[in-house]
Design a protein around this ligand. Structure first.
Ligand SMILES: Cc1cc2nc3c(=O)[nH]c(=O)nc-3n(C[C@H](O)[C@H](O)[C@H](O)COP(=O)(O)OP(=O)(O)OC[C@H]3O[C@@H](n4cnc5c(N)ncnc54)[C@H](O)[C@@H]3O)c2cc1C
Length: 382
């Protein structure tokens, strides 16, 4: 079968991109149901929500505060709101509807077995040939590794539990390198329905259930939740970069397939939303025969440069912060607590564009003085 455009993978990347197209494309998805297996917590900033242009009924909860726990102290990061929790399964169903309404065909139970740079896609339902292939296969990275788009990775395995429980907090709570290795553990309350999502991360899968048990016990001890009962467990690979090469021949990678996520939190929805919007403009011209596949790749790679640069720098920063089980991150946070600067420093940082806002703020003299104070304090403490 000859196709103008094939998207491999009907996860968030494939569906969001598909929902922005004007038909004449097909999405190949190996599963029979959209949104499953579940893996994501669905936390985004209001900025990403605007980019997605989706109904507010897909918001499960809004958060004005995030409490970051360092030992017995807490730093509060606030916003108006700071972050939103999306219903990830319903988000993907909504995006699927948008794809179908636009005339984008979605073929379920169609597993891609192989593909090549000339646009040949072998599936368990036959061979497709396509002028351009968008690789949105997610964190498995079978083909992005095979064709050399990604080489190195610093993956974390995330395990989450949806709990039925009493909830005594309205803030998201984050515990850097506690009940997690070189990552953080988290509590996302969904007070409206008396539920919460808790999660842990690490490199060794065998330790995660133990971490999760410890986290839940601790959350009950410090009275953030109570009487918890696990409704379901879910999770997957949390991508922390570095972002890979974007294309090879007629194949263009997007999302987790090319490690396009914020390295500090592992959040992929923001960069995928930005990338999809930039790409969809070009793809619609390609589908109308106003650009060829090569021009699409060139124009997209030019427009996405600043996002890729910020993901790359953010990756270097996260390597530093999380090294030696968060040693440097802890020192910076402890310094902020000592100098009472957490509001001044975190108040200006956007949840999803944290690296860009950090750089913007670092040009400000007061910010530089605050950071210098924290650095001196952490050096004196050594
Ligand atoms: C525990 C955890 C928590 C997270 N929390 C957040 C969060 O709060 N906020 C945030 O922004 N991000 C979060 N993320 C990251 C976010 O979920 C991902 O970045 C995002 O889902 C990536 O979307 P994707 O479409 O690239 O990949 P996926 O969603 O994995 O989709 C890939 C799709 O490709 C299909 N596929 C794969 N191989 C084939 C094949 N050979 N043939 C056909 N189909 C195939 C799969 O079935 C799947 O449907 C989290 C991730 C994890 C693991």
């Amino acid at each position: 079968m000859n196709e103008k455009l094939i998207i491999v993978g009907g996860g968030f990347s494939g569906l969001f991109l598909g929902s922005l197209l004007r038909g004449n494309a097909i999405i190949l998805e190996e599963h029979s149901r959209i949104g499953f297996p579940e893996h994501c917590a669905g936390i985004i900033s209001p900025l990403t929500f605007k980019l997605l242009n989706i109904p507010s009924s897909l918001i499960e909860s809004k958060f004005y505060y995030m409490n970051i726990h360092i030992g017995d102290s807490t730093i509060t990061w606030s916003g108006e709101p700071l972050a939103l929790k999306l219903d990830r399964v319903n988000l993907e169903s909504y995006l699927l509807d948008r794809c179908l309404k636009n005339g984008v065909d979605v073929k379920f139970k169609t597993r891609v077995l192989d593909l090549n740079e000339n646009g040949a896609v072998v599936t368990d339902r036959g061979l497709f040939r396509s002028g351009l292939v968008i690789l949105a296969e997610g964190s498995k990275r079978t083909f992005s590794r095979k064709i050399g788009l990604v080489k190195h990775c610093k993956d974390i395995i995330g395990l989450q539990a949806r709990l039925k429980c009493k909830v005594y907090t309205e803030a998201i709570h984050v515990f850097p390198c506690t009940y997690s290795e070189n990552f953080f553990s988290w509590l996302i309350p969904i007070k409206e329905v008396g539920e919460a999502v808790v999660g842990v991360g690490g490199r060794r899968k065998s330790h995660l259930k133990m971490y999760l048990k410890g986290l839940i016990k601790n959350l009950e001890r410090i009275k953030l939740i109570d009487q918890s009962k696990i409704i379901r467990l879910f999770g997957g690979i949390i991508i922390r970069g570095p972002v890979g090469k974007l294309s090879k021949g007629r194949i263009l990678g997007i999302g987790d397939a090319v490690q396009m996520s914020k390295p500090i939190s592992g959040g992929g929805l923001y960069p995928i939303a930005v990338a999809s919007k930039l790409l969809a403009d070009k793809l619609n011209l390609y589908l109308d025969n106003r650009l060829n596949w090569f021009e699409v790749l060139n124009k997209y790679e030019t427009d996405i440069k600043s996002l890729i640069k910020s993901l790359k720098y953010s990756h270097i920063l996260s390597e530093f912060l999380f090294k030696y089980n968060c040693k440097f991150l802890r020192k910076i946070l402890e310094g902020m607590i000592k100098l009472n600067l957490s509001h001044d420093i975190l108040g200006k940082i956007d949840y999803d564009e944290h690296f860009i806002s950090l750089i913007r703020e670092s040009l400000n003299l007061k910010y530089q003085l605050n950071m210098a104070g924290i650095m001196v304090l952490s050096l004196l403490k050594r």
